[in-house]
Design a protein around this ligand. Structure first.
Ligand code: CS2
Ligand code: MG
Length: 403
């Protein structure tokens, strides 16, 4: 079998997506997600200008050799752009291999390990009351795991909280919008939020929170300790994770479980965190961590240290990523939870798919492959629209802070 053609499709059905489609001489096609929120065209060019010329004529069955060729052959290894491009190729190749075998992708990985995939939803509100209402709405919709994020009194714009009344979309402007931040206000507010949420939902529902890289290790330790009475399922991205050993300090002070890794793009980004058991969940994804091939390696390392998966699943990961992720989640033995931020109908219409959500659980389909395609004619109606993620500044002096 040979790869005969490859196309990069950039579209914007409500937000930008980058999709790779491979064609073969046996009529099989494969699709991969290469969306990197706010830097989409960098990955599109990496694929179009540097990767695709090397793919034409290759045997798509040689998934591992092509992965090694694109990783080692680039010389400049790792990084979100490179690994998202490799991920899109890898996902498309797994799609083709499963189709040629006539099997749903999870069967090639090792078969079904669970009846369904536990999802966690996003409950957000401008204040505590609104957030509690949203958490209850998700609970009534059947979610067993719910992330709660709320506005912080005194701050105008905060991560995770929609101010438009529509679904929260972080890439909200043609130039980076500026958010304001005050750690002291946040550290005082967040325990109050979870006291109210836990009181409202009872003890059964798993509660999650995303700190979004904003605290120092000691501040994160303080927050983790203050949240212990509310029994969180996880506290996510408590501090920037370039310095993996910083998590030792957090671990010394709190038993609140930690989840990190949505911004990681290789096993090296999380090796120390996993080997020293400094985290409880690894958030790496099919799209940003080198595809199915590399994500399996990360999950297997994590399993040695009883770290579970909790893949990122915001709307900036396309329905193609969700499809591939659900096959992965259906197989992976050390599964934890799958993030599920529903795409709009407009977005889903561009990506015919067989996965589904029902009563708090996600289910991959039985279609050969990963079960997702792209409607290129419809995609062409939604041209790329430049959009940036926000930046964050400290309220009192305007210095730049992690967003
Ligand atoms: C967030 C994301 O879902 C999450 O956990 O961290 O919404 C993140 O802000 C976006 O994916 C960035 O593009
Ligand atoms: Mg996050």
């Amino acid at each position: 079998m040979k790869i005969t053609a490859a196309r990069v499709i950039v579209c914007c059905p409500g937000r930008n997506f980058v999709t790779l489609k491979l064609e073969t001489d046996q009529g099989l096609t494969g699709v991969g997600d290469a969306t990197l929120n706010g830097r989409e065209l960098a990955v599109a060019s990496y694929l179009q200008d540097h990767v695709i010329p090397c793919l034409i004529g290759r045997d798509p069955q040689q998934i591992e050799d092509i992965w090694q060729y694109l990783y080692k052959g680039a010389y400049w290894r790792r990084g979100p752009v490179t690994m998202s491009a490799i991920a899109a190729v890898d996902t498309a190749l797994w799609d083709i291999k499963a189709k040629s075998a006539g099997l749903p992708l999870y069967q090639l990985l090792g078969g079904r390990s669970r009846t369904g995939v536990m999802a966690y939803g996003h409950a957000t509100g401008r204040d505590i009351d609104e957030t509690v209402d949203e958490v209850l709405r998700h609970q009534h919709a059947g979610y067993r795991a719910i992330r709660a994020q709320s506005g912080v009194p005194g701050l105008v714009k905060v991560y995770g909280v929609s101010t438009t009344g529509r679904m929260y979309e972080p890439a909200d402007n043609t130039l980076p919008s500026e958010h304001d931040w005050d750690t002291a206000l946040y550290l005082r507010h967040t325990p109050r939020l979870f006291e109210a949420v836990r009181l409202a939902v009872g003890d059964e529902t798993h509660l999650l929170h995303d700190v979004h890289h904003r605290l120092t290790p000691l501040e994160a330790a303080q927050l983790g300790k203050s949240l212990e009475p509310y029994g969180l399922f996880w506290m996510e991205d408590p501090t920037p994770a370039e310095n993996q050993e910083a998590f030792r300090l957090i671990r010394q002070h709190t038993t609140t479980p930690l989840a990190v890794g949505e911004v990681f793009n290789s096993i090296w980004d999380c090796k120390q965190l996993i080997e020293e058991q400094l985290i409880d969940y690894i958030r790496t994804t099919v799209t940003h961590a080198g595809g199915i091939t590399h994500l399996r390696r990360i999950a297997d390392l994590a399993a040695l240290y009883q770290v579970r998966t909790g893949s990122h699943g915001a709307t900036d990961l396309s329905p193609v990523c969700m499809g591939a992720a659900l096959h992965f989640d259906t197989w992976v033995p050390n599964f934890g939870v799958q993030e599920y931020m529903p795409h709009s109908q407009e977005m889903l219409s561009v990506f015919p798919h067989d996965w589904r959500f029902d009563n708090g659980m996600l289910y991959c389909g039985e279609t050969p492959g990963h079960g997702v395609d792209i409607d290129e004619r419809l995609a062409a109606r939604y041209p790329y629209q430049r959009a940036y993620l926000p930046v964050n500044r400290l309220r009192h002096d305007g210095s730049l802070h992690s967003w």
